[in-house]
Design a protein around this ligand. Structure first.
Ligand code: KG4
Ligand code: ZN
Length: 336
């Protein structure tokens, strides 16, 4: 079998990542340089700081990915890069590096949608089978995507306001947790009980959309009221109640979508897919209600932003002949 090697580059947000992927499903290397510490003191990602870090890291990451994979530029069959959605300055660093590398080594340039990348991360666990449903939950997105076949994406529902990860980060900030606070809230939630009453927005509505800003406000009000009355707050129970609300709506609507569409698999992807409670509850609900649908979630290290997933998606794009010219530009609000 011919060995197809792709060098993949991801720089859409606060991770500089470069990977070498063989035949779309084997990770030879996946270097992730996280800038999270630099953004923590600002309580969120600062675009200008992100761009500067990407500039410093990108060539080192490319070199390291090639060395770790024991691959030379001449062995490669293409260079893949995330061109959106994301921060424009951050995206441009990855795109410029990819163009330079592709030009220097005379390789095709393969443009990849970051969100498609998140879905294709599941391909490292099990070959994707279509039609499938994908629940994409990250810091910037919360959407249900129906894939009738490879490379075809239909958003059937999405958040009307905050993304799930954004809600985690915002309520975490109110509790004084470090950015991004999803993981820590997840851990706290496991130590507490669902005792505070928070809304399950849009759960009964006949659509696949979500809303998390009401939950966020309700959480913040609960904290402020308690502080004003000098009442004790049970942080573990607060986290557990918040998480229960997020999980209830995500699980309810996702399972409903899988019933309406003729899917073989359900893929959950994006940073929030690392959530332990969500992984357990969705797996259970699917096993109970739709045992014929296979549930695939990438391992934790492939849930957050990484270039391996971009390489997996690029393989499909390249097979379809989707090759970019050197005119390729960043598309900060790229959709499917
Ligand atoms: O996909 P990602 O790495 O970056 C974006 O493209 O947004 O997602 C980051 C988001 C952050 O909001 C973070 O708080 C959240 O994923 N996150 C979690 C967990 N781990 C990360 N949210 C809930 N539970 C977790 N265990
Ligand atoms: Zn992401």
């Amino acid at each position: 079998k011919e060995r197809k090697l792709i060098l993949a580059i991801e720089s859409s947000c606060d991770e500089t990542s470069v990977a070498v992927i063989e035949n779309g499903d084997q990770i030879l290397s996946n270097i992730v340089a996280s800038q999270v510490k630099s953004h923590q003191r600002f309580g969120g990602v600062v675009p200008e700081v992100a761009s500067r870090h990407h500039v410093e890291e990108i060539t080192l990451c490319i070199e390291e990915a090639l060395i770790k994979a024991d691959v030379k530029p001449d062995d490669l069959s293409g260079v893949a890069v995330t061109y959106g959605p994301g921060l424009v300055g951050a995206l441009l660093i990855g795109i410029s590096a990819a163009k330079a590398f592709a030009w220097a080594h005379d390789l095709p340039l393969i443009p990849v949608n970051h969100m498609a990348g998140h879905i294709y991360a599941a391909h490292f666990v099990e070959p994707l089978e279509f039609p499938l449903m994908a629940l994409l939950v990250s810091g910037g997105h919360t959407e249900l995507v129906y894939m009738k076949e490879t490379g075809s994406f239909e958003i059937i529902g999405e958040t009307r306001d905050d993304a799930a990860g954004e809600a985690y980060d915002k309520v975490g900030r109110v509790l004084g947790l470090k950015y991004p606070s999803g993981k820590e809230l997840d851990t706290l939630a496991h130590l507490g009980k669902d005792t505070y009453e928070f809304p399950r927005a849009m759960i009964k509505e006949d659509n696949y959309d979500f809303s998390f800003s009401g939950l966020k406000s309700s959480f913040i009000n609960t904290v402020h009221n308690a502080q004003q009355r000098e009442e004790e707050l049970n942080i573990e129970n607060l986290a557990a109640s918040f998480q229960a609300s997020v999980i209830d709506v995500l699980v309810d609507k996702t399972v409903r979508a899988c019933k309406e569409y003729p899917v073989k698999q359900l893929v959950m992807a994006g940073g929030v897919a690392a959530n332990q409670g969500l992984r357990e509850r969705l797996a259970q609900a699917l096993a109970d209600e739709l045992p014929e649908v296979t549930f695939i979630v990438p391992p934790l290290r492939l849930c957050g932003d990484n270039a391996a997933m971009i390489g997996a998606a690029a393989f499909v794009e390249a097979e379809k002949g989707h090759i970019a010219t050197y005119e390729l530009n960043a598309e900060p609000s790229l959709s499917f």
